[in-house]
Design a binder for this molecule. Structure first.
Ligand code: KG4
Ligand code: ZN
Length: 333
């Protein structure tokens, strides 16, 4: 029975996992708090985690009908995220591990997202290429086997979700922008505007979204917002993002010779991304596995799952475990 804790960004989350089964998955989202600022304010997020973490852990135990004494291990996101936010989860996890005398393991946030996909799809083929795409990161990882990784590419500037959020802000659509753009796009023409496809000539399996965002802004800068064809802009922008994500993922899958592709992270909820993968990927060549919608965004069930795999490799951290805001994704030895 492992407790997972996740506080790397704006979700305070705790989950219980036993023998691969999720017993509880509690997420306290701060999204409404940050909406009025049009983005996440790190200090506000960290302070909110301090307030929420105790209740969220209690709720994860109560809703699973378990007590602290039932816990056999603690996993926490300690790498990759906002440092003040990570520190809250790490401090809570260390206190629990020390008091309960159970092993503690620190997890890389991206490894958590990769495990959200593995938990969502029992029997997920190994090796596979995993696209992790969200507000804070966009990365392609070759998952050779459990906890064995090779990073194939990542974003050179903004993350995909960040681009959705910034374009939505420019169009006056609120925060977070991804879900609104997704919804509005259904009424728009995705061929209305031809926005650039970043790095399309390059063989590199990296991403870039900042130029695409600027292209949208430059095309409509200074125009009266009420006169803009918002659904068409949203649909065309979304199409460019999706095209970029799908083509680079296919390039990576081809390079590694895998037959399975996993998609995970907040942007993996995008309906056009899901359809495009089904349409653009040759079915006889690749099988595409999407993460369960409730595990796409940041959550702690994915951290517990990654932690339980890491512990099987003997990855136990001491009470000196610290928060590392940007750390490479490392394989277990
Ligand atoms: O995984 P997540 O909850 O947090 C991070 O680790 O960043 O992802 C949040 C991001 C936001 O940028 C949000 O706009 C985006 O995921 N997002 C979407 C959709 N739902 C959430 N982007 C596009 N389409 C969606 N349906
Ligand atoms: Zn994330």
């Amino acid at each position: 029975m492992i407790l997972g804790i996740e506080t790397s960004c704006d979700e305070t989350a705790a989950a219980l996992l036993a023998d691969g089964t999720i017993l509880s998955n509690v997420i306290a989202s701060q999204v409404d708090l940050h909406a009025r600022f049009g983005g996440i304010v790190p200090e506000i997020a960290a302070r909110k985690h301090v307030e929420a973490i105790g209740y969220v852990i209690k709720e994860a135990l109560d809703s699973a009908g378990k007590r602290l004494a039932d816990l056999e291990a603690i996993a926490v996101t300690s790498k990759y995220g906002l440092v003040g936010c990570l520190l809250v989860g790490v401090a809570a996890a260390k206190s629990l591990a020390y008091t309960l005398k159970v092993p503690l393991t620190g997890i890389h946030h991206i490894e958590g997202h990769i495990f959200a996909n593995i938990v969502s799809n029992p029997g997920m083929p190994m090796p596979h290429v995993c696209l992790t795409v969200s507000g804070g990161h966009t990365m392609l990882v070759y998952v050779k086997d459990l906890c064995q990784y090779e990073v194939l590419g990542s974003t050179l500037d903004d993350a995909a979700g960040e681009a959705f959020d910034k374009v939505a802000k420019f169009l006056g659509l609120g925060f977070p922008g991804g879900p609104v753009i997704d919804k509005l796009s259904a009424q728009g023409d995705r061929a209305a505007f031809n926005f650039p496809r970043p790095l399309w000539r390059s063989k590199a399996t990296d991403f870039s979204f900042s130029g695409l965002k600027t292209a949208v802004v430059n095309m409509f800068k200074g125009e009266e917002r009420s006169t803009l064809p918002i659904p068409d802009i949203a649909a065309s922008f979304q199409e460019a993002v999706v095209d970029h994500l799908v083509s680079k993922t296919l390039q990576a899958a081809e390079r590694k010779g895998v037959s399975a592709i996993g998609i995970t992270g907040g942007v993996a909820m995008n309906s056009r991304l899901r359809d495009a993968f089904s349409e653009m990927v040759p079915r006889q060549r690749y099988k595409v596995f999407f993460t369960r919608p409730d595990l796409c965004s940041d959550n702690a069930a994915m951290v517990a799952a990654a932690g339980s795999a890491r512990l099987r490799f003997g990855h136990v951290d001491g009470l000196d475990l610290n928060a590392v805001p940007s750390a490479p994704l490392e394989s277990a030895l």
